[in-house]
Ligand binder design. Structure first.
Ligand code: SF4
Length: 199
């Protein structure tokens, strides 16, 4: 069975995916065919990270249960725990900190780009709001960068990525699109033809 979906990572490319599932298991993840219903930026191909995502999903090394540290920090010693035990432990630590020093002593610092829509703006902020904890921009590294950009340039506007091919000159400063902005580079046949049109 082939399923059309979209990449859930917080990468702005938001690729259109076609996922092949057999007997309830992912057997292939690839770009959705480039047609009227797919994201034109995907252009028939996706990054290696998501193309091989099934290996991560089914990896025997994937951590599926909570781990509680049993050694010193940095020692790398953990034991498996049930979800009930882990949640009780964390809730107890949060409660103790609030009782001892007030809700300002608990800073929520959460980020998970693989479940951005669920984690980032939805469930967890409500929990910490109910507890009276300080509101912080949870993706601390990205948020400081965004604030600096807005103070310096006044907004996060940029060119439509699909228009980039029409530019006569493209200056890339402090970035490596070959590694982190793959659809800006020219790997697919359609994009290669765009490159030729530049020259
Ligand atoms: S480039 Fe990769 S991470 Fe980004 S949206 Fe496409 S498949 Fe997802």
């Amino acid at each position: 069975m082939k399923i059309r979906t979209a990449c859930p990572l917080d990468c702005p490319d938001t690729c259109s995916l076609e996922v092949t599932v057999e007997a309830g298991r992912i057997v292939d993840i690839d770009a959705a065919p480039a047609d009227h219903s797919s994201n034109p930026l995907t252009d028939g191909w996706i990054c290696k990270k998501v193309k091989h995502h099934a290996e991560r999903v089914y990896s025997p090394e994937r951590i599926l249960r909570p781990l509680i540290r049993v050694g010193s920090k940095g020692e790398g010693k953990f034991r498996e725990a049930s979800w009930d035990e882990a949640i009780t432990l964390v809730a107890g630590k949060i409660r103790a900190a609030i009782e001892e020093s007030g809700p300002g002593s608990v800073i929520p610092y959460l980020y998970n780009s693989s479940s951005a829509r669920i984690d980032k703006k939805r469930l967890m902020p409500h929990l910490f709001e109910r507890l009276g904890c300080p509101e912080v921009e949870q993706t601390i590294c990205a948020s400081t960068k965004s604030a600096a950009w807005e103070w310096t340039f006044g907004g996060m506007l940029s060119a439509d990525p699909l228009d980039v091919v029409h530019a006569k000159l493209l200056v890339i400063w402090g970035g490596n699109p070959g590694a982190s902005n793959t659809h800006l580079c020219h790997s697919s046949p359609r994009q290669r033809s765009r490159v030729q049109s530049w020259s």
